[in-house]
Design a binder for this molecule. Structure first.
Ligand code: AMP
Ligand code: ZN
Length: 663
């Protein structure tokens, strides 16, 4: 055998062994032998870089570093699932679908794996890409990290259609999670909270070598392809298994809702015997034709529903109530109780929301309380066990002074929360506003985190976010953990943030009730900050989706002299306070149309063309799908794009046609 043949044979042997070991759970070869062969392959590959293969078994050990994960649009959206909690909910669901489907319906019942969803793409039997769910429309490209997970096949067994996506869940099995945590504790690190968050956090690690050390598993549940060869969900899982994917064996084909319910009842009791966590069961209409007939709402498929198990409850003793001050000065009471294990997570705190909540539940220190982990895994107190209350217990008296600055608290009649009004000098408010300003959805300043902000505030280097732009390297160098490099990073991160668009700057200002979406609405309605600052209450209320509460808060924010001064400072430093002129909307001629741009053009650059589409209300996507309305073809359009457009019957138009459309 020559080197090439040797490499190829080792690769295919290792793929097979990997599959046997991790998917079939049968270890015909010892770990030692496996490693030996892997090392041999690595050696040969190093000697012969000309035979490089991005899907070689040696990529499992990782090594690629990703600084910023690219955002990628899913080939088809990753929907969420409608929820149900009782057999009545399921009967209701059945009633809804029987209005559309007259024939008999069969259901597949699957476990609802509690992890992070992932979409894997395969071309010609080879793994090419993995994208996180993100917002369902687009997610992050985490391919190098996913390659390290042994239950993700890099090369498929047997033949299947050329291109397809398959979706599944990355979970961290409980045993592995426990082991990882005990290693962390013995290294003096904080243990992770729960398997689900650890799994999804692992996908976003920058160093894929670190990911390869995390005991992750990929469970697949759905093949997405449009050729129509798959006749049912059950069959699709069988196909996936044959291709070498890790598919659970706990699947049932049910002939009625009653049979579905038996599956649910069984797993509600036996869920703790599984090697990984589940939070319910997913029920899907089995037949693909029936699925197509039912289709999707804007959020989820009509042909599937999840059944969520009741959250686990446990009782504990409330030790004390502490009070947190948020960036807007709002006070949040927090219950601190004896730590308890709730469905595998240690919890010791829960929000008590506000004084009304405490009064209504009559929660008192030393009470025995029931704590539940909600669907969003945030623990909450659901009940007080009055039978265990001591006779000497006293009603909780809510604080009336700020725990941080001792100012008197105020509560407006129409609001549930108490507020500390010491806007300028209450430390958590000062730091909180700056932390909000630098956060990812606002100015996204690299090299600056919450702890550093606290440090800068404590050292009186900054009092508000505009002070950030005054900082110099020499001011910060020598502060705790601030060496030359990190100081320089901080300053360059601050400088770079001047490029951030107006809508995000507006969000960053931290006006109460102005979140990301509202900030966008306001920014695009008024186009610049001066117009927004002059807007009256009545005028603000005419803006789409802006109500009285937001309008009032905007007015109040701009009425405060200190805010005007800060904004003037920020203007001076060159932040964006208007929508860049290239983004201003021209027309809605292309509203509802989805474009794909391919090739080289004469009048526009590709970016200009894309901008032009958006300015006229259209949308631009990077790949062609059944949803594409037009492909604008320039010179040298890729042949595969052309083929795809033709096979999906998508109109291919020229640059000139496009110009006519927007005339
Ligand atoms: P939810 O996040 O509650 O809307 O539930 C939807 C999520 O459940 C999907 O995004 C999937 O990641 C996840 N899921 C887990 N197991 C399954 C399964 N067997 N079939 C479909 N989705 C599943
Ligand atoms: Zn205060």
């Amino acid at each position: 055998m020559n080197a090439k043949e040797q490499i190829i044979s080792l690769r295919s042997e290792l793929h097979k062994l990997n599959y046997n070991y991790y998917v079939l759970d049968d270890s015909s070869v010892s770990d030692y032998d496996f490693d030996l062969r892997l090392k041999e392959l690595k050696k040969l590959e190093d000697l012969h870089p000309e035979f490089y293969d991005s899907n070689s078994p040696t990529v499992r050990v990782g090594g690629d570093i990703t600084k910023n994960f690219a955002t990628i649009v899913h080939n088809s959206p990753m929907y969420s699932l409608d929820n149900s909690y009782s057999i009545e909910d399921l009967y209701d669901w059945e009633k809804r679908i029987k209005k559309i489907i007259e024939d008999n319906i069969e259901y597949t019942c699957e476990l609802k794996y509690d992890g992070a969803s992932i979409s894997l793409s395969y071309i010609d039997g080879k793994f090419v890409k993995a994208i996180t769910r993100g917002d369902g429309i687009q997610g992050d490209d985490v391919t190098p990290n996913i390659k390290t997970i042994p239950t993700v096949p890099l090369v498929l067994q047997g033949d299947f259609i050329k291109n397809f996506d398959i979706r599944g869940e990355i979970v961290m099995p409980i045993e592995g999670f426990k082991k990882l945590n005990s290693e962390r504790v013995s290294n003096g690190e904080e243990p992770f909270k729960n398997p689900r968050n650890t799994a999804s956090g692992s996908l976003k690690l920058q160093d894929s070598k670190e990911v390869s050390k995390r005991p992750l598993e990929c469970l697949l549940y759905s093949i997405v392809e449009s050729s129509g060869i798959i006749k049912s969900q059950y069959e699709s899982l069988e196909i996936a298994k044959k291709l070498g994917f890790n598919v659970s064996n706990e699947i049932k084909l049910a002939k009625s809702i009653e049979e579905v319910f038996e599956f649910i009842k069984y797993w509600e009791i036996n869920r703790n015997n599984l090697p990984f966590e589940i939070d319910g069961v997913v029920i899907k209409v089995n037949d693909t034709n029936q699925q197509n007939e039912l289709g999707f709402t804007s959020k989820f498929p009509r042909w599937a529903i999840s059944y969520k198990f009741k959250p686990e409850q446990s009782s504990t003793i409330l030790k004390n109530i502490s009070y947190q001050v948020g960036r807007t000065g709002s006070i949040t009471p927090v219950a601190n109780f004896e730590p308890i294990d709730l469905a595998g997570t240690i919890v010791k705190r829960a929000s008590l929301h506000n004084s009304d909540f405490i009064n209504k539940m009559d929660i008192r220190i030393n009470d025995t309380v029931f704590v539940e982990k909600g669907g969003d895994i945030i623990p909450k107190i659901v009940k007080v066990d009055l039978s265990k209350r001591s006779v000497s217990s006293e009603k909780t008296i809510y604080i009336n002074h700020c725990p941080e600055c001792n100012s008197e608290l105020k509560r407006n009649e129409d609001e549930a929360n108490h507020y500390c009004l010491n806007y300028n000098f209450c430390q958590p408010q000062v730091s909180g506003r700056i932390q909000h300003f630098i956060s990812r959805k606002a100015m996204d300043i690299d090299g600056l985190g919450a702890e550093t902000v606290n440090l800068l505030v404590e050292h009186n280097l900054i009092k508000n976010y505009s002070d950030l732009y005054r900082l110099k390297t020499e001011d910060i160098i020598g502060l705790e953990r601030m060496a030359q490099k990190s100081s320089e990073n901080l300053i360059s991160g601050v400088l770079l943030s001047k490029e951030i668009s107006f809508d995000r700057v507006l969000y960053g200002l931290g006006i109460r009730h102005v979140g990301v979406t509202v900030a966008k609405k306001l920014a695009y309605h008024y186009n610049n900050i001066d117009a927004l600052m002059c807007a009256s209450y009545e005028d603000l209320e005419t803006v789409d989706e802006i109500g009285g509460k937001i309008a009032e808060s905007v007015i109040n924010f701009f009425a405060a002299q200190e805010n005007i001064m800060i904004i003037n400072d920020l203007k001076f430093y060159g932040l964006n306070f208007q929508i860049s002129s290239s983004k201003i909307i021209k027309s809605d001629k292309l509203l509802g149309s989805m474009f794909v741009v391919s090739g080289v053009f004469s009048q526009f650059s590709r970016d200009e063309l894309k901008l032009e589409i958006e300015k006229n209300g259209g949308k631009v996507k990077s790949s062609i799908s059944t949803k594409t309305s037009y492909v604008i073809a320039g010179d040298n359009m890729g042949p595969s794009k052309r083929l795809k457009a033709e096979s999906l019957n998508v109109a291919i138009i020229s640059e000139e046609d496009f110009v006519k459309m927007i005339k």
